[in-house]
Design a protein around this ligand. Structure first.
Ligand code: ADP
Ligand code: ASP
Ligand code: MG
Length: 816
């Protein structure tokens, strides 16, 4: 015989009950009569609780009560033939009259005892099972309404009563003997004490009823029918990527449900374990799916971690004091005092110094726990052998569960590095000696992020998500977004990487969406739904979203944006940027940024600061990491100036060449920003700093290309005019170079702790002689590359290559 338990959502609407009927009929037609245990209609227990509270506060409750009544009536009208309506409605009406009477009493008294509360709550299950038994009978299933208050015997701990198994099993066995061929529809959750008062088994207790019935009749299986595809790797409402598990051991299921996986009520497992009855969790709305089977043994194949679960609200109470904590007898006194006060300790951790102990408890137990401790240790507190207990609230517990976890080397490392990378601070840790469970206490605000990042890390979820905030949608920004759109399929398939554009902004508009802005239509989205841009708000909102693996991309040239990186690092954001302003600030800032990045375990990549997409900074860092020593760096890092010198040939004037460069988009809006050598100097500075030189921008000695009159011109047009007037100056340089068979090159040199940028006439032996177009080139002379320096060469400007460099940095963040 099988016990089929249907939870609240499985009986919550006419549609759901139709599914239930199909499942029961199929089972019945197999030739074996099942027994049903059902919950109250979804939400009804909560509503009844609210109504008692309202009534005891002297408030109105009738309209709420009428709504509950109407829900049941509607199901009767929808699912029963008219000829059966009267009988069913009459029975329900009697229940609701009784409820009304009870609530009126509560209102008159102005208080509701736990006993009355249980009595009221019982009607949820009574009404649902009564209704369902009628519906099944009409469908030719010989259903029999069974009031569990006559079957399950408990003590009088109202709200969460303790079951007397011997009496309960006997009563259930007697009942089944009398009703062998029928299909009982047993009310879950409710029971009665020896005096006949209604009691309840604790919220979610219908599962427990089912297990008790199963154990009493030695059922072949207990099926828990609910609204998800089985026991899942995590709560699917909190972790989108959770997936159903095929199999769990009793221990694993008990541990997961004890730590908050409400898909099964934790005491449920106990009778099942004692009688070795298999439990199966199935989805009423997807009956064909196998669901999860729970049995004696754990599976060894598959993931060693079975699930991640959480208790959203706990308080931490910490005791300290060398005079007592950790001493013989202390724990005994502490736990007896707490037990006497009825405080349930969820988790205990003790520092190895044994000078402090922290306990996680339910927030409502915090006051009684503090009182119990203060009373028990009054003397020690007075003598200051013990410090007053510290109670902190707004914590959550995250627990990782799996029977074979002890075999998994490095698992806790993975757990903590996942938490660390998402910026989740761990306030306490406990690992059971069975290693069935590792629990961590984290701030309640971080729970969602913690669950998701740990789930990603431990279930080797093949897909890693980066939550990306893109600042700047100019040439480079929009090219990057286009590249991300074009490559998203490749990134998912080959790199197992999903880019979720959680926010995008430019100087006019901004838009954030934690579920992702479509990469193909971000422009439209910004236009249609974007708010007016505000950098501070953009960042505040991004931080508030608290998403794991958050990356901020700066594709602007803005100093204000560059100023925000430090704060972002501290909020656990990685930063990828092509904006070099931050790295060219003061050396102390540059240095502190690096330390903050290390402290918060985030990434900071800025490969495109020097040579656009060329792998210059990474190469330099790799040389240094591997123990090489940089003796000299020579480089041409201004694509603009390269282009200008390479095009300054024949009859073209220098001014014409500069204008052509500007028209081709190779220069800044004011070409002097390039020709002044400032941009080049910034790149040299960054390289120098990366080698460890504590340099400032003013340390870079720049040999100017432009005569003073060109530099001083008030506008860009005036500059061109002055440039025209200075043609003879440039002409002279050109002719001199040409007659010597040389070319003009603007070369940055870092050597002996000095940085300079010189205008050089390079002969054909010079390695930079053959540079064409707007290419960049850099040569590293190091201990290892001494006689034959390492050279990197290629296009060092342009939106496509720069955006590609940013994208490569982003993929590097994902790899960590
Ligand atoms: P029922 O009314 O059927 O008893 P519950 O709401 O008590 O249903 O339990 C099912 C719910 O438990 C699911 O809808 C899901 O949101 C939640 N849940 C929490 N943790 C898990 C988990 N690990 N696996 C499946 N469901 C879970
Ligand atoms: N109806 C009860 C509750 O909501 C019992 C259950 O659903 O299992 O807690
Ligand atoms: Mg439940």
């Amino acid at each position: 015989m099988r016990i089929l338990k249907f939870g609240g959502t499985s009986v919550g609407s006419a549609d759901a009950i139709c599914k239930l009927v199909q499942i029961v009929k199929q089972e019945y037609e197999r030739g074996k009569a099942p027994a049903l245990v059902c919950s109250a209609l979804a939400g009804v227990t909560n509503t009844l609780l609210n109504l008692v509270n309202n009534a005891s506060a002297g408030e109105e409750y009738s309209s709420g009560l009428n709504q509950v009544e109407e829900r049941h009536f509607l199901i009767v009208r929808q699912l029963l033939e008219i000829k059966h309506h009267n009988q069913a409605l009459l029975g329900l009406k009697l229940y609701f009259n009784e409820l009304d009477g009870l609530l009126a009493g509560v209102k008159a008294l102005g208080e509701a005892s736990p006993r009355i509360r249980d009595k009221v709550l019982a009607y949820g299950e009574l009404c649902s099972c009564y209704t369902i038994s009628h519906i099944l009978r009409q469908q030719q299933v010989p259903a029999l309404f069974a009031d569990a208050r006559l079957l399950v015997r408990t003590d009088s701990s109202f709200g969460k009563a303790n079951v007397n198994q011997a009496v309960t099993y006997r009563q259930i066995q007697d009942y089944f003997q009398q009703h062998g061929n029928e299909v009982p529809v047993i009310t879950g959750f409710i029971a009665s004490d020896g005096a006949g008062n209604s009691t309840t088994l604790g919220r979610g207790g219908s599962d427990y009823t089912a297990a008790l019935v199963g154990a009493a009749v030695q059922a072949g299986e207990v099926q828990i029918w609910t609204d998800v595809d089985g026991f899942m790797t995590a709560d699917p409402r909190l972790v989108e990527k959770a997936f159903p598990l095929k199999h769990l051991s009793y221990n694993e299921a008990m541990e997961l449900s004890y730590f908050g996986a409400k898909v099964i009520h934790s005491p449920t497992i106990l009778p099942a374990i004692a009688s070795q009855i298999p439990i199966v969790v199935k989805n009423t709305f997807n009956a064909a799916f196998a669901g999860t089977s729970i049995g004696a043994t754990a599976t060894v194949n598959g993931s060693l971690v079975k699930g991640i679960t959480s208790i959203p609200a706990v308080s931490l109470i910490t005791l300290q004091g060398g005079g007592i904590v950790g001493h013989k007898g202390f724990s005994g006194r502490l736990f007896s005092a707490l037990a006497l006060a009825g405080v349930n300790v969820i988790l205990i951790t003790q520092a190895s110094s044994e000078r402090s102990i922290s306990l996680a408890i339910s927030p409502e137990d915090a006051a009684p726990a503090r009182n119990a401790i203060e009373a028990e240790f009054e003397y020690e507190l007075l003598k200051e052998q013990l410090l007053p207990p510290v109670v902190e609230s707004e914590f959550s517990i995250l627990a990782v569960v799996g029977e074979n976890m002890k075999q998994a080397i490095g698992l806790s490392g993975k757990l903590f590095s996942a938490l660390g990378r998402s910026g989740v601070n761990v306030s306490a840790i406990a690992q059971g000696s069975s290693e069935l469970n590792i629990s961590v206490v984290v701030s309640a605000d971080d729970l969602g992020k913690a669950l998701n990042s740990v789930h990603d890390a431990l279930f080797l979820s093949p897909l890693k998500t980066l939550n990306v905030y893109c600042c700047g949608t100019g040439n480079i920004g929009s090219t990057l977004l286009k590249q991300l759109e074009q490559h998203q399929e490749y990134l998912q398939e080959s790199r197992h990487l999903r880019i979720n554009l959680a926010g995008v902004c430019n100087s006019r508009k901004m838009h954030l969406n934690p579920s992702g802005v479509n990469l193909g239509s971000w422009k439209q989205t910004l236009q249609d739904t974007g708010e007016q841009s505000n950098l501070e708000q953009f960042i505040n909102q991004a931080v508030a979203q608290n998403l794991p693996n958050s990356v901020f991309i700066d594709n602007t040239g803005s100093a204000a944006v560059a100023q925000t990186y430090r704060h972002l690092f501290e909020e656990s954001f990685s930063v990828v940027t092509c904006n070099k302003i931050r790295n060219c600030g003061t050396f102390p800032d540059y240095f502190t940024d690096k330390q903050v990045v290390r402290k918060y375990g985030v990434d900071y990549y800025f490969e495109t600061n020097v040579g656009a997409g060329l792998p210059i900074i990474k190469t330099l860092q790799d040389l240094l990491i591997s123990g090489d020593r940089v003796l000299k760096i020579e480089a041409i890092l201004s694509g603009t100036i390269s282009f200008i010198f390479n095009s300054y040939r024949g009859s073209k004037t220098f001014a014409e060449v500069v204008r052509e460069a500007q028209e081709k988009g190779f220069t800044e809006p004011d070409p002097r920003d390039d020709l002044s050598g400032l941009d080049f100097a910034r790149k040299m500075l960054i390289l120098a700093r990366e080698t460890g030189l504590p340099a400032e921008l003013q340390n870079v000695k720049i040999q100017p290309i432009l005569p003073q009159n060109c530099i001083d011109a008030p506008t860009v047009e005036a500059f061109y005019e002055e440039l025209g007037k200075s043609e003879s100056y440039f002409e002279k340089l050109k002719t001199q170079a040409e007659t010597d068979g040389k070319v003009l090159r603007y070369v940055g040199i870092l050597e002996d702790d000095s940085i300079k940028i010189d205008l050089v006439m390079a002969s054909s032996e010079h390695p930079f002689y053959g540079l064409s177009g707007s290419d960049n080139i850099i040569s590293f002379t190091t201990d290892r590359y001494l006689f034959n320096p390492m050279v990197i060469k290629g296009p060092g400007a342009g939106a496509e290559v720069t955006a590609a460099g940013v994208l490569a940095d982003l993929v590097r963040v994902a790899a960590n």
